[in-house]
Design a protein around this ligand. Structure first.
Ligand SMILES: [Zn+2]
Length: 237
């Protein structure tokens, strides 16, 4: 019989799909997904703080280096006024020294602000790190609970998969390909018995068109539903 093997395959797969759906909808799975999201958020927060801290430290180092440079320049002016007789020349040096002093003061202010922010980040880092540690522990727990839950089903899943693998060799290749593609699109059952008298797809209930209808007349006929793409077939007697 033409459809026997694919229908048997479909019936075994139905139990596997039910288990997959049970796992997907389980509390363990929901907890795991949630814990994973929290861990990722915590990891991202630590990463952002790391990045901010590195930027601040680099900026702080730049400011300090510039301040040192300016202070060295100021040292060059030491004693310079002693040899100066001209009032204008003295005024020129004094104004230069004043400008450098102003810049040093401004730099030191900026550096102090950076230092404060670095301290704030360090405090926040400690908190974020602790939250991340908690999220990591919760995630590990969720993984263990999920694995234990999935392990309970594993023997039956393995059995079903073995049965399917055995059947697969017996199903006509064209039917197997159609089935797998429909399964991937979550359109199961993929093979649906068609009743010529109703003229509608048994799953999506769409009335099939004349062209499709003309392919579905006798037992053993099959055609794709023009709407949901499932395979409609007429059972053989
Ligand atoms: Zn349909």
């Amino acid at each position: 019989m033409k459809f026997d093997t694919i229908l048997e395959y479909q019936s075994v797969d139905r139990e596997l799909l039910a288990i997959e759906s049970e796992v997907a909808k389980s509390k363990e799975r929901a907890v795991l997904v949630n814990a994973k999201a929290k861990l990722e958020a915590a990891t991202a927060a630590v990463g952002k703080l790391n990045h901010d801290a590195a930027e601040l430290l680099a900026n702080y180092a730049r400011l300090s280096a510039r301040a040192e440079q300016l202070k060295a320049k100021l040292d060059e002016f030491d004693g310079i006024l002693e040899g100066v007789a001209d009032v204008n020349e003295a005024d020129y040096y004094l104004r230069q020294i004043g400008a450098i002093n102003d810049e040093v003061t401004a730099l030191e202010k900026d550096a102090a602000k950076d230092a404060e922010r670095i301290d704030a980040i360090a405090a926040e880092y400690k908190k974020t790190w602790e939250a991340g540690k908690k999220a990591s522990d919760a995630y590990k727990e969720a993984v263990a609970a999920y694995n234990a839950f999935a392990a309970d089903m594993q023997p039956r899943v393995a059995q079903l998969k073995a049965e399917l693998a055995k059947l697969e060799g017996k199903v006509p290749a064209e039917f197997m390909a159609a089935y797998k593609s429909l399964r991937a699109a979550k359109k199961t059952p993929a093979f649906v018995a068609y009743k010529p008298e109703s003229g509608t797809c048994g799953r999506c209930f769409m009335e099939v068109s004349g062209a499709t209808r003309s392919k579905l007349k006798n037992p053993g006929d099959h055609a794709e539903c023009p709407n949901c793409r499932r395979i409609l077939y007429i059972p053989e007697e």
